[in-house]
Design a protein around this ligand. Structure first.
Ligand SMILES: [Zn+2]
Length: 224
């Protein structure tokens, strides 16, 4: 099953395997200015491709190689002929069939291996300039995309709440607030589909709450 919602210029696409009419576990992709961040899991690959029909799609970036984030890479490359990019440490993992535990196969399924290309230091769309920030706390080869000039950041798929990545998340939020000023809305997008919007003070409260209760907030923490 798939749900699509717009947050200003960002479209959030939440996806989950459906069992008895209910979602098993949500993962999220984000589409902004022709850039798709992550592609969900294998179980929803066909639904995602269908949802992208008629939308502008120029480029795909995988935040990391886990099966809940690369599941439609191959289908999208074949259908739309657009490049898919990932961190150099994720590229070889996406090119091979992963070894999954039974629960992973049930929830996300086996992604078709895809020949994706290596990310550079930045990703440019028509209107935006995203910095590629290495955030390897959740897994090797994990990145977040950050739009410094606009003050928004796209974590998209970012398991930004664990390990080293948490520090990066807080730093990104702080950078965005400083650059954007008190009036600007900072938008953070998480792997599980949480979209955090708020001005300076609001955002800081969220960061503090996340740290205080050890919030994981991720679609695939606790493994690898
Ligand atoms: Zn993951």
């Amino acid at each position: 099953m798939i749900e699509i919602a717009d947050f200003e210029e960002v479209t959030r696409i939440r996806m989950s395997r459906e069992v008895d009419g209910k979602p098993v576990y949500w993962v999220a992709a984000y589409l902004v200015d022709g850039l798709l961040v992550d592609t969900g899991c294998a179980h929803t690959a066909d639904e995602l491709v269908a949802a992208l029909e008629g939308r502008r799609l120029d480029l795909v970036v995988n935040t990391h190689f886990h099966e809940g984030h690369v599941g439609a890479d191959r289908a999208i490359m074949e259908r739309f002929g657009v490049p898919v990019l990932a961190h150099r440490d994720s590229v070889p993992r996406i090119g091979l069939a992963p070894e999954l535990n039974p629960y992973q196969e049930y929830v996300w399924g086996y992604p078709q291996p895809a020949s994706v290309s290596t990310l550079g230091a930045q990703v440019d769309t028509a209107a935006y300039h995203f910095e590629v920030i290495e955030t390897p706390g959740h897994s090797a080869g994990h990145v977040a995309l950050f739009e410094r000039a606009k003050g928004d950041f796209v974590a998209g798929g970012g398991e930004l709440a664990d390990g080293n990545a948490r520090a990066a998340d807080v730093q990104l939020g702080a950078d965005a607030e400083r650059d954007a000023g008190d009036d600007h809305v900072v938008v953070g997008m998480q792997a599980n589909g949480d979209v955090v919007e708020g001005n300076h003070a609001h955002r800081r409260e969220i960061d503090k709450a996340d740290i205080a209760d050890g919030h994981e907030g991720a679609s695939c923490t606790g493994r690898r």
